[in-house]
Design a protein around this ligand. Structure first.
Ligand code: PAJ
Length: 292
């Protein structure tokens, strides 16, 4: 039977006890509204760890607009079922009061291009909110493996860097993006798309494919790759591109000429819904490989 905790002290004691008994701990941080993308992280954790703790916490610190926070879907009962079915043994679902009391004056902030560009530029303060809550979750969980989706690639890169810089006793593991059959990356925001917007949305994944093809066919000018992605989206009138970019997969700087492990990233609005997606490509010694 899956165990559900609301108190920091209780989940901490449970995970400490597991480690004392020689069991390994896997952590899957989420904001709930779980779907098959989250489920894939839980299964990955369950394959490698004896105890798997899914955290469900809609973190106010990482939301810009109060309306966004208020309208974020909250489905704890079905989240617990999905976590259980996919091999989780623990759900930690704290209240805002439990996590932040009457407010936190201590925050964690990652500096440099990793947080300044792309999602960092579009959503001021967002990554400070993510870094702060993830640091807290790591501190609560203790030594563990923590699973994050490549779907939020910039977030994954920031969490990796933060865990390394702060010597946190956590191994950060990135997991491939789960997609619908037509290529659209699963997201809790997809339910907000109208039927027409839903039909248009896979253009984002095709644009990333066009960018990757461009790199694979030898383009080393970042502008050419960005143009290929932009042109692919331009044919779809329902989509307003926010950005298309190609960056170094770990630093988020843009190498020119392009080389090494790269990440292609796009963000776009479909009506009121903002979607993001990304794809990896590697350029090494004249050979080009396409990632997930
Ligand atoms: P949330 O959006 O709920 O996502 C939780 C985790 O699920 C993240 O690591 C995200 O990358 C992963 N995920 C979402 N969709 C996915 C997909 N289609 N395929 C694979 N993985 C997917 O990301 C957050 O919550 C928060 O910022 C959090 C890290 C929990 C901090 O509050």
């Amino acid at each position: 039977m899956i165990e559900v905790f609301e108190a920091i002290a209780d989940v901490r004691a449970h995970l400490d006890r597991a480690r004392r008994d020689g069991r390994t701990v896997g952590l899957v941080p989420t904001m709930g509204a779980l779907h098959e993308g989250h489920a894939s992280l839980v299964r990955r954790a369950a394959e490698a760890c004896d105890v798997v703790c899914v955290t469900v916490f809609v973190n106010p610190l990482q939301f810009g607009e109060p309306e966004d926070l208020d309208s974020y879907p909250r489905t704890l009962a079905t989240d617990i079922l999905l976590a259980d079915e996919n091999g989780a043994t623990v759900v930690f679902a704290p209240t805002v009061q439990e996590m932040y009391g009457d407010g936190t004056v201590t925050t964690v902030s990652v500096a440099g291009p990793l947080t300044e560009v792309l999602e960092g530029a579009s959503r001021p303060g967002h990554f400070d909110g993510v870094a702060t809550v993830v640091t807290k979750l790591f501190a609560i969980a203790g030594p563990c493996r923590a699973y994050f989706g490549e779907k939020d690639y910039q977030q994954l890169a920031i969490v990796r860097r933060m865990a390394a810089d702060l010597s946190l006793p956590v191994e950060v593991i990135g997991c491939p993006t789960v997609r619908d059959d037509d290529g659209l990356a699963l997201s809790s925001r997809n339910v907000r798309l109208s039927p027409e917007e839903r039909r248009a949305a896979p253009v984002l994944h095709r644009a990333l494919g066009a960018g990757a093809d461009c790199v694979r066919s030898g383009a080393t000018d970042p502008g050419v790759v960005v143009d290929a992605m932009t042109a692919a989206v331009a044919g779809e009138p329902l989509i307003a591109l926010d950005y298309a970019a190609v960056v170094d997969a770990s630093t988020f700087a843009t190498p020119a000429p392009l080389h090494g492990d790269l990440r292609l990233l796009v963000a776009a609005r479909l009506g009121k819904t903002r979607l993001i997606d990304n794809l990896g490509v590697t350029v090494s010694d004249g050979t080009h490989r396409r990632g997930k």
